[in-house]
Design a protein around this ligand. Structure first.
Ligand SMILES: NC(=O)c1ccc[n+]([C@@H]2O[C@H](COP(=O)([O-])OP(=O)(O)OC[C@H]3O[C@@H](n4cnc5c(N)ncnc54)[C@H](O)[C@@H]3O)[C@@H](O)[C@H]2O)c1
Length: 417
């Protein structure tokens, strides 16, 4: 049933999955329990997620819990072909994915997953759920619900909810603290530079890095840029986020002011056309543009493609565009998620947290089948607590417990000065 690039890569894929598992102790604990309790027996889980070694650890966890899993990518450039090959050899798994998918194959593969009639979906960006709602609404009756991994997906789900178009419960896994305050922050912070460095091998120290968007991801990217010795400029549209950036010690400017100053530009807004051609014309010769937001529309690449005199690939996922003025600009990762297009996505430790969230969200859907509203749901805070505690154990860390006196004190209001 599977469609992958090269089955002979399976050996390397299995090694990569094994290495990831060593760093994903919390998720392995969930797997151990699922293997005993079989929460997904007789269920099919359809997934559109980045096909990486960490995602494979999640897939194996769901299969251990009794699920049949059908998986495709959620971005044309993020599949690791060795991991896809390894997954194709797993019992209970069908996989359709390769790195560099055409748009046609991307949607064909989403529909292969849909053809397995999933009871539960796991999405990263909401393409699978949108496709089911718009083209296969007949499947919604048998669906228990779905889980969404990223900020952009939640924005789309909330828009569906507002329009009365969302017909199944959807858990906003992104909104777990153990997801957006860890994965988006520490994960995107580090892996965005991993991608930029693999494409450019630039020295970051002494450079000016312009970060568009100071949300969870932007804060993480700014923290790592600063740590690598860059001067950071932030652009924002939200007053509070801009204020936070300023108080974290960054320069806050309008994009038109930042454009001529930056050496490296990173978009992490989840918005469209935050870097436009007018900004590109004002940039320095040699400036690097990268996007770490979900879709490839943050940088107006259509305008750049139309107006550039020449374009050539000069390095690993690094394209040089020469503008009519003669200046060259370099775009990393084709303007898609640079951490996944040019590198391997987030490190395993951080994905262990996010994917514990996915695994426990699937279990929550099964346990609460038929009782949840058809809308966007946040998991109870206790689930976050369980995940954080499991990860602490996996990292060999212990924390204090409240004494009885402290519990009483924190629950009372009578005692003051
Ligand atoms: N690269 C990855 O692996 C990865 C990981 C997690 C999330 N994401 C994606 O990254 C994007 C950002 O996620 P987040 O969790 O940081 O979202 P967020 O909502 O926390 O932050 C986005 C910020 O961008 C700002 N913004 C919006 N439009 C802007 C504009 N025109 N100019 C400047 N700033 C603008 C918003 O005000 C907000 O502060 C989303 O698309 C999300 O799906 C990527």
């Amino acid at each position: 049933m599977s469609s992958i690039k090269n089955p002979s890569l399976a050996g390397q894929g299995k090694l990569n999955i094994e290495i990831a598992e060593r760093r994903m102790g919390a998720l392995l604990k969930v797997r151990e329990r699922f293997a005993k309790e079989q929460p997904f027996k007789g269920l099919t889980i359809g997934m559109a997620l980045h096909v990486t070694k960490e995602t494979a650890v999640l897939v194996k966890t769901l299969v251990a819990g009794g699920a049949q899993v059908a998986i495709t990518g959620c971005n044309p450039l993020s599949t690791q072909d060795d991991v896809a090959a390894a997954l194709a050899e797993e019992k209970g798994v069908s996989v359709w994915a390769y790195k560099g998918e055409s748009k046609e194959d991307y949607y064909k593969y989403l529909n292969e997953v849909i053809a397995t009639k999933p009871h539960i979906t796991i999405d990263d960006g909401c393409d699978l759920v949108t496709e089911i709602h718009t083209k296969h609404p007949d499947l919604l009756a048998r669906m228990i619900g779905g889980c969404e991994e990223t900020t952009t997906g939640i924005i789309r789900l909330k828009a569906m909810e507002r329009d009365g178009a969302l017909k199944t419960p959807m858990i906003a896994v992104n909104d777990n603290k153990t997801k957006h305050l860890m994965d988006n922050y520490y994960g995107t912070g580090q892996s965005t530079f991993d991608g930029i460095l693999r494409s450019t091998n630039l020295l970051i120290a002494g450079k000016t890095v312009v970060i568009l968007g100071y949300g969870s991801c932007g804060k993480g990217v700014a923290m790592r840029a600063q740590g690598l010795g860059a001067q950071v400029i932030v652009t924002e549209v939200d007053a509070f986020a801009a204020l936070q950036a300023a108080m974290d010690g960054h320069r806050v400017l309008k994009m038109e002011e930042a454009a001529p100053l930056g050496d490296i530009f990173v978009t992490v807004t989840g918005d469209i056309h935050v870097i436009r051609f007018e900004h590109m014309e004002a940039m320095k010769d040699g400036a690097v543009l990268a996007n770490s937001g979900h879709f490839d529309c943050e940088i107006d690449l259509d305008a750049l493609e139309k107006k550039a005199k020449t374009k050539r690939r000069v390095r690993h996922y690094l394209d040089e565009y020469v503008l009519p003025s003669g200046k060259a600009l370099f775009v990393a990762g084709e303007g898609r998620l640079v951490n996944l297009a040019s590198a391997e996505g987030h490190p395993s430790e951080v994905m262990s947290l996010s994917f514990c969230g996915q695994a426990l969200a699937c279990e929550y859907l099964v346990k609460n089948k038929g009782t949840m509203p058809k809308g966007v749901i946040t998991l109870p805070a206790e689930v976050d607590d369980v995940i954080a505690r499991m990860q602490l154990v996996a990292m060999g860390l212990s924390i204090d417990e409240l004494t009885e006196e402290q519990k009483k004190y924190l629950a009372s209001w009578q005692e003051g000065t």
